[in-house]
Design a protein around this ligand. Structure first.
Ligand code: GYE
Length: 309
């Protein structure tokens, strides 16, 4: 149980006998997924009686490194963070390790070879998500001949979900040479960039059959670009996307997105559970995968009224 914050101890023994303190470095506020994830983490911390020091990195690794160093300085009990990109974390994670502060990765992974730098990774399997998008496409064009020209809106360059969703999708569609990724560029997981890059694709590409967007926000931005170009999203250009946020389900119910692969942002409860276990010295799994499904327009329309994010 929490002892309240009234104790008069000096800062040196801060933490002992007090509420658990977690430093959480969030990627940013780039998408509907992220907003839902932030809300989930904040609400779950409150519910669990855990003090959350929340820091928004605005999609910049340098800001996350600064936040982690400040958490170390403040001697938080546990550091949790969602790394904006995969590489470049070893130095700061080593600093946390030397300070004996356990680190939990949430949502996104790092590519560190040294597995002792973090205790657990909680989040989705992004390769699997990319494969699911590819599987849908293969089915959609089964028995049809002729080239299928695909444009791809990638997530943030160097991020785990961008790397893995590209890889998983590419792996599935390479089995049939009719699938051609004619353009692929980052839209940084935002609506504004998704729209901008789609506008460029529409200008440069004489024939686009399919858009594969690494997240819903970019798909929603692209839909605006497609409509402004006088084309029908979902019909003239088929769209497959990832996340499964409410706004995308609304677009699906209007026939504008053809398939959505779910990625669950509601990681808060599982994260706080992990924090407590790690702090209690319990053994925790190295990898905890989120369960998620896929949605056709019919399924999305049915799920819409009860969709939480
Ligand atoms: O798909 C996207 C967000 O890391 C899984 O980040 C997350 C991704 C999510 O900006 O919408």
């Amino acid at each position: 149980a929490a002892c309240g914050s009234g104790g008069g101890g000096n800062s040196a023994d801060k933490g002992s006998g007090h509420k658990l303190v977690v430093g959480f470095s969030q990627v940013g506020a780039e998408s509907g997924w992220r907003t839902a994830n932030t809300k989930s983490v904040q609400e779950s911390a409150k519910k669990a009686g855990i003090e959350l020091k929340f820091s928004d990195a605005q999609q910049k690794q340098e800001n996350q490194i600064k936040a982690i160093r400040s958490f170390i300085q403040q001697k938080v009990d546990v550091i949790a963070f969602s790394p904006v990109v995969e590489s470049g974390w070893d130095t700061v994670l080593k600093e946390a390790k030397d300070a004996k502060i356990p680190v939990i990765l949430t949502d996104r992974a790092v590519d560190s070879k040294d597995e002792s730098l973090y205790v657990s990774f909680l989040g989705s399997d992004f390769v699997e998500e990319g494969k699911k998008a590819g599987d849908w496409l293969v089915k959609e064009y089964q028995g049809k001949s002729g080239d299928v020209n695909i444009v791809e809106l990638q997530g943030t360059t160097g991020s785990a979900p961008a790397n893995d969703r590209k890889a998983g999708f590419g792996d599935v569609i390479k089995a049939d040479a009719k699938f051609k990724v004619v353009a692929s560029q980052t839209g940084d997981f935002t609506r504004a960039k998704g729209k901008e890059v789609m506008q460029a694709f529409l200008k440069a590409q004489p024939k686009i059959d399919v858009l594969y967007a690494h997240n819903d926000d970019m798909a929603l931005g692209a839909i605006q670009a497609i409509e402004e170009a006088g084309k029908k999203p979902g019909t003239d250009i088929k769209i497959v996307s990832v996340d499964g946020v409410k706004d995308a389900f609304t677009a699906m119910s209007q026939g504008k997105i053809n398939y959505d692969v779910e990625c669950n942002p509601l990681l808060g409860d599982q994260l706080m559970d992990l924090v407590k276990k790690v702090k209690a010295g319990e053994q925790v799994p190295r990898r905890i995968k989120t369960e998620e499904g896929t949605f056709t327009p019919e399924q999305a329309t049915a799920a819409l009224p009860s969709r939480q994010y």
